[in-house]
Write a protein that binds this ligand. Structure first.
Ligand code: 3H9
Length: 704
């Protein structure tokens, strides 16, 4: 920021009020830390000022360091000159008055103040680990002094946002104001009472009380699976551990060394990228941000199956009343039972309180007649994935729903325009494709039909945000963007079996890469019958469709996955652990022999690249056809729809790490070896020739 400083000092009686004004969230952008230091110096030398309040203008206190400044080799100030150290050295008391967010460097600044006061709606946290680094402003040394090493470890390793009331209980916040209090007035009144207190209480002067030295190793063990392939969570533990053995300044030096190592690590770069693309995905280049969004207070879901139930839960979880409609009482009862079971599991695991479960359940109303949903503001159809089943439902919805209601379909692949044509209000129709399990997965793919109005699309995107999803726009193409870009991966994983792999081998490679589960285990979880039906449809529509005789055989044998106790793996009753199954290995060999395909060994790298490069190539075709806005939107879809490891940034970000040219050369070689399905896309070839990156690729103008 040039010109005026983003930080100002004004005097109110005896108190100097330092205000950070760096919209939108008061990150520590250029000039902010310097501005605070300058105001502190002025406040300390002004004899009329007896104490100072540090606060944020707008919606937050301070949201942390400016993430855009990381990885730019911007020189860092030596310890002693940083804003945190200057706060420690202040001769006059400084009180942090917190509203909105105090995160990362923001909370570190607050902890370097002498007192902390907050509104109950505020949230505090040290979320640095989520962008692949650690708190580098003394947070790993001050937080354990404030709350003890165990609670500090939990906050720093998870990066969670802690609500103000909990922060008060933990000891991070000294005082909470009443809900609707005026923060500045409350802060001034509070500080005035403390002006005479000496010595000034400084967090750095407190001792760290370590009750149990085993907590560090226990934490390392407990994150081993979740944090595999990553450094930051371990460095966070190391830094907090340092606070228990080193004096404050030495601890800060250790923190700074660890910070330096992480700042430019591959995981930090990928996580920063993920942070920004998750925000960019919500911006639609050809639909202005000012497009009116229709308000909704009630929603309806048609179809009480697994997806319908999960979608209804998403609304209920976010506080919206939702009606769930199915044709028979029996289907409704089954659906509601599944919803109750899902909630009960969360209560059993301790992630949901019993009374909150009751509140959520009370928001879901099963209904058996279309007239019961007609006054809802929007409806999401989530019935069986067959055009002939969905079409009459859209005609019926058009007939019954009140004017202005939005008609959405949760189809994962079918042509949204054909559904819109069943209505007299095609502009009010769009796809809202949830991912399974719908109440858990964050991605919402909003599918734009030819006639969908900007208002319908903007509302669908906003609806996703209101129910805790990340909305991404997709064009109307078979499988839309997420599943279409993933389809070649699915084909390739089965072809790998024909050529010599086993499901457990492929799954291990992908879990080692960072997926929470291997793709075959995921298939068993979702149900193999789903892919079977869509393969039959695609084979009927496209004579060149690559058949998949192995999964077809499994489904025809009744091996639908976990729900039948057998799929790619077998399962013991009541247990979800996948066990490799010799019968499956036998079927694979038989089918391969029948196809005349010789079996051979595969390296892990070949398995990984065969799956992901196939998808990179398809994702390029999607951009080339204008079915997605940006490469980064596809990365967001992979992160939130398919569990792609976030610390690898996304499909394209990962592929950029290998390099466009290398990816192209490999795909071209496989084209020679395996034929048409590996034909490089035009965009991929052009990128390789230009020597640019996937992330710089320009999509064609969006085609609904
Ligand atoms: C750190 O502090 C390191 C320290 O230990 C010190 C080291 C020496 N920087 O999310 P939103 C932008 S690391 C730059 O949509 P919300 C964001 O990109 C940092 N930009 O709003 C967006 O821009 P745009 C630790 C930032 O209300 C706009 O602000 N802190 C930053 O849904 C609005 O953001 C964190 O990791 C930033 N730090 O959520 C906190 N923060 O409009 C990161 C936001 O152009 N931030 N922007 O797309 C967040 O988690 C959320 O933004 C927050 C608000 C919860 C604050």
């Amino acid at each position: 920021m040039s010109g005026a400083s983003p930080v100002s000092l004004e005097r109110q009686g005896d108190i100097g009020v330092i205000t950070v004004n760096y919209p939108p969230v008061n990150a520590l952008g250029p000039g902010v830390a310097e501005g605070i230091k300058d105001c502190l110096a002025r406040g300390n030398t002004d004899p009329a000022i007896k104490g100072m309040i540090l606060r944020g203008a707008g919606r937050s206190f301070i949201a942390g360091a400016d993430i855009r400044g990381f990885g730019t080799n911007r020189p860092r100030l030596p310890l002693g000159q940083r804003v945190y150290d200057v706060l420690d050295a202040s001769a006059k008391p400084v009180l942090a008055a917190i509203h909105g967010y105090a995160l990362g460097g923001g909370l570190e600044i607050a902890m370097a103040c002498h007192y902390r006061l907050a509104l109950p709606s505020a949230k505090v946290g040290l979320p640095e680990v989520l962008i692949g680094i650690l708190p580098g402003g003394g947070g790993t040394q001050r937080l354990p002094r404030l709350v003890g090493p165990k609670a500090a470890l939990d906050m720093i390793v998870t990066g969670r946002h802690v609500p103000a009331r909990e922060a008060r209980t933990l000891g991070i916040i000294d005082e909470l104001l009443p809900d609707n209090a005026n923060l500045l007035e409350g802060a001034i009144a509070w500080l005035i009472r403390l002006l005479a207190v000496r010595p000034l209480p400084r967090v750095r002067d407190r001792a760290v009380k370590l009750a149990d030295p085993d907590i560090f190793d226990a934490m390392r063990k407990s994150i081993a699976r979740r944090a595999r392939n990553q450094k930051a969570p371990y460095y966070c533990i190391d830094a907090v551990e340092a606070s228990t053995v080193l004096p404050f300044d030495e601890g800060c030096r250790r923190e700074a060394d660890l910070f330096k190592e992480l700042e430019n690590s591959a995981e930090a770069r990928a996580l920063r990228y993920a942070f920004f693309i998750e925000r960019e995905v919500t911006r639609l280049p050809d639909i202005p941000a000012t497009t009116p969004v229709r308000d909704f207070t009630t929603a309806a879901v048609v179809g009480a199956g697994t997806m319908g139930g999960g979608i209804a839960m998403s609304f209920a979880d976010s506080g919206y009343p939702v009606k769930i409609l199915d044709a028979t009482q029996e289907a409704l009862d089954r659906g509601m039972q599944r919803i109750r079971d899902n909630y009960a599991t969360s209560v059993r695991r301790g992630s949901l309180a019993e009374d909150e479960m009751q509140r959520r359940l009370a928001r879901i109303q099963p209904v058996a007649d279309y007239v019961d949903i007609r006054d809802c503001d929007l409806v999401i159809e989530a019935v069986f994935e067959e055009m002939d089943v969905k079409k009459p439902i859209f005609a019926k919805l058009d007939e019954v729903m009140k004017p202005g209601a939005l008609l959405f379909s949760n189809t994962s692949a079918l042509d949204i325009d054909q559904l819109a044509e069943m209505t007299k209000r095609p502009k009010d129709v769009a796809g809202t494709h949830f991912f399974s399990p719908a109440n858990v997965m964050k991605l919402l793919e909003v599918v734009r039909g030819k006639a969908s109005s900007p208002e319908t699309l903007a509302t669908a995107m906003a609806m996703g945000r209101k129910i805790g999803k990340l909305s991404a726009m997709a064009g109307n193409t078979d499988g839309f963007v997420a599943n279409r870009s993933r389809a070649p991966f699915n084909t390739e994983m089965v072809i790998l079996l024909e050529e010599g792999c086993l499901p457990e081998q492929v799954d291990k490679v992908m879990v080692d890469f960072g997926y929470p589960m291997g793709p075959f285990a995921v298939g068993d979880l979702a149900g193999l019958d789903i892919g079977y039906a869509s393969r039959k449809r695609r084979a009927a529509e496209n004579p060149n469709f690559r058949k998949q005789p192995i999964p077809d055989r499994l489904v025809e044998m009744g091996r639908f996955g976990q729900k039948t106790g057998a799929g790619w793996y077998h399962y013991e009753t009541g247990d979800r652990t996948p066990h490799p199954d010799p019968d499956v290995a036998e079927i694979i060999k038989e089918v391969a022999a029948g196809l005349g395909i010789p079996r051979r060994e595969f390296t892990d790298q070949e398995i990984l690249q065969r799956l992901l490069f196939a998808s990179v190539n398809e994702a390029c075709k999607i951009l080339e056809e204008g079915k997605a806005y940006r490469p980064s939107d596809i990365d967001v879809m992979w992160l939130h729809g398919f569990g792609f490891p976030r610390y690898r940034g996304g499909l394209f970000f990962w592929a950029d790490g290998i390099g466009v040219r290398s990816v192209y050369n490999q795909i071209a070689a496989w084209h020679q070896q395996y034929g048409e399905r590996w034909a490089p896309s035009r965009l991929l070839r052009e990128l390789a020739e230009a020597g640019t990156s996937f992330r710089e690729a320009k999509a064609a103008a969006f085609v609904p």
